[in-house]
Write a protein of this length. Sequence first.
Length: 62
Amino acid sequence: MQNTNIKTRAHELIDQLPETVSWTELAYHVELRASVERGMEDVRAGRTLTSDEVKKRLGLTQ
């Protein structure tokens, strides 16, 4: 995602949360959104592994 729209997307996220949201809950949702967007960028850039590759790297396959 482009950084130029972060402020707009942050406003949209906040507007979706209940009026009673706490600072902790807000921080959680912001970090969750950032994490998802980083993951989506990894997928677009080809920086992913199959589940079999992960199992092999972790020594979980025989």
